[in-house]
Each structure stands twice: as structure tokens, then as C-alpha cells.
Write a protein that binds this ligand. Sequence first.
Ligand code: TRP
Ligand code: SF4
Length: 421
Amino acid sequence: MRGEESRGTINPWGNNQAQDYQSIFSEFGIDPISTVLPELPEVPPFIRRGIVVGHRDYQVVARAIRDRTPYYVMTGFMPSGHPHLGHLMVMKEVVWHVRHGGTGYIAIADREAHAVRGISWEQCRTYGEEYLRCLYALGYEGTTYYQSENHALHGLAFEASTKVNFSELSAIYGFGPDTSLSHAESVITQVADILYPQVDKGPAPTVVPVGIDQDPHLRLTRGIAHKLRMFTVEEREGYVSVRSKNAPQEAVSAVHAAFPGSRKFEGHVDIRGRPLHEVKERVREIEREHGGYAFYTPSSTYHIFMPGLQGGKMSSSVPESLFSFGEPDESIAKKVRNALTGGRMTGEEQKRLGGEPDRCSVFLLNLFHLVEDDQELEEIRKACQEGCLLCGPCKKATLERVWSFFSDFRERMDTAQTGGG
Ligand code: TRP
Ligand code: SF4
């Protein structure tokens, strides 16, 4: 596997350029987000706007949102640079879920930043605080922690590591003989991040909003969550089968006793006349009573990446690609003026042919962050496509929005600094 760099390899530490999402999705078994729409009580803005495009098992979470039953929303940020607009959208996704019944968990991945990017602990702390202030500025409520300081997390990571070997890590990540052990540790720490809410507050569905580059971690975690279960519960022809994977004998007997009329065999119990979800729930309780984790396999959503102002990647290592939160107004203005648009060579040509908003970084700024009203955004799109709006005035209007967005956001970050935590 190693070195194969096949078409479909996803490297979480690589540079995530715009990708051919559809082919990656189908290769890795990620479903288009449209498949969960029927289960959601309302369509969140990030789905409506085409920002979140794929998922794994999100229907479980969608039902929890709809039925107002408990679930978690968990994600992490690596403090290897300043947060920027590209991070805000996943933060907004988290906040939306918290407002719609989810219990929030945020990991600051300082172990990962230290292991993979060589960032000092002190620097991790400084960047980490900035991420947290952004989150609070957006209205986040819930748990936050630094990986390095969460001892329960370390115990969980160790337990999870009993279910992974080196050949699996090399198949998923291309790790080889030269890979540092700390890199492998940061992977297993992320697995623990994702499972941590269920250990902290009990089993419930969990959604992990991430970019597609993080999918390898999700695949690994879902496998481990499954392996750490005592039982597998499955619908069979006319009955529900509860199979022991590594359950103690007393737990198997407890399942048998919990369902009068069930039949107990070597290592499995067959239950007739009970719906699958009821059996699943009861088996989870029994698993917990016998010291098991009873994990729900975590779900995930995948968002597209916000392109940089010059096209390409938005990254703190490319200053022209983004605005920093402390950026002076004049410097912001210059970046907006120089931004890559979907406009034509000449004004005359643009009036005739119209612009291409979907390829325009200025339009995407509006779409991701600046224009909340759907109708207003549609009007901009239409005016651009019909050639009634030209890039000069469009950039000017956008700049006004960026300025006011930033001054408002900075103010909220400052308040969060003193009031949040
Ligand atoms: N690896 C992620 C990144 O590079 C950060 C991260 C750490 C994370 N723990 C997580 C993401 C848990 C999702 C869930 O951005
Ligand atoms: Fe982009 Fe606006 Fe120009 Fe259209 S008019 S291409 S949206 S800058």
C-alpha cells in the first residue's frame, strides 16, 4: 500500500485542494447529503447553501434532531496557525447543532499540532485560545478541552489502541517504518476525541462535522467503535440476533433474561417479536451494566473547502489567500480588490455573457459568510449571471460587508475573551 498514492488516497496532513468530491465519495462510501433531507425537520443553512455535501450515517443524528432525543456534536481544531474564515463555517455547523439539541464537544488538538507540525506547547495554547474565542463569538456552548490535558481522553486513547495495529495504520495513512510514534499517537488521540462524549456522558449518536480530508480518521474510529462493542445486534429474517463479540457470559445471560421467550445459543441470543431499535437500546444498557462502552458508531458530515481569495487553498501559510481577524481595513480592501473573480476580460463582454459566480471567490465569500438572507444571495447570483452586476461594484459592496462582518466579529471575540470559557 505504502507509496501507492492511488487516486483515492486521502491524506489528512496534505494540502486539501479542491477535489473531485463525487468520485471520492463513491469510492469511500460517503453518501450525498441529499439522502438525509427527508429526516431533518428543517434544512440547515450550510446544507441549503451547498457547503455540506456528504455524510456517513447522519440520518441517525437527523432523527435525534427531529425527535429531540440526545446526541452529541464533536469536532476538533489543530492549533497550528491562526483561525480564519475557512474555520468559521465548521464552527457555525457546530453551533447550529448545539442550538438544535446537540451537546457540544470541542477538542483543541495540541497533541497533533505538536507531533505533526512541531508547534511548541506554548504556541499551541495561544492559537488554541483564538479558536475558542471564535467559537464563543459565534455562540458556542458546551465542553472544550486541550488534548494534552484531558486524562480521561488518554485512557480512552489507550483502550482504543488495543484495537489497531501498524498494518492498519499503514493501509489508512501510508505510515511506514519512519513514521514517528507520536504521529500514530495523535491519530489514536483523535479517535478518542470522537468517542469521548459517549464516555463522558453516556452513549448517544454523535456527529463529527469535518472536511473530507479528515475522513480517514472517521473510518478508523468507526471501526474501533464497533470493535469495542460487546455485542452486534442485527435484524434477521423474522427475528433479531444479538451476537456476542467479547461479552462476558453474564452479559449474554442478562440479554436472554431481558427478553422472555428469547433463545440462547453458544455466543448469541435470538429474539422474536421485538423491534430492532428496542433490542438495540436494551442491549446497550446491559453492555454498560457490564462495564462495556456500548458506543453508537459515530456519524460525520463533510463540507467543501472555502477557496482562497486568489483561488487555490485558503491557508494561513498563504497570507494573500485570506483575511486574518486582526487585519487592518486598508489591507482587507486591497485583498478584495485583487481577489480572483468569475468575471470576464472586459466589462462589455461581461454585460453580454454574464459572470460565473460559482467560480468566483468574491461570490463565495458572500455565500459562506456575508449574506445570510437566501433571497439576497440569489439576487446577487442572478445579477452576476445576467451581466447586470459588474465586478467593480460587486467587490465594493462585498468589501462593505467584509468590514462590517469583521468589526462585529472582533467585538464579539473580545467579549468572548473576557466572558467566555
Ligand atoms: N485532525 C483535525 C485537523 O487537522 C483536528 C481534530 C482533532 C479533529 N481531533 C478531532 C477533528 C476530532 C474532528 C474530530 O483539523
Ligand atoms: Fe464575482 Fe461579483 Fe464579478 Fe460576479 S460580479 S464574477 S459575483 S465579483
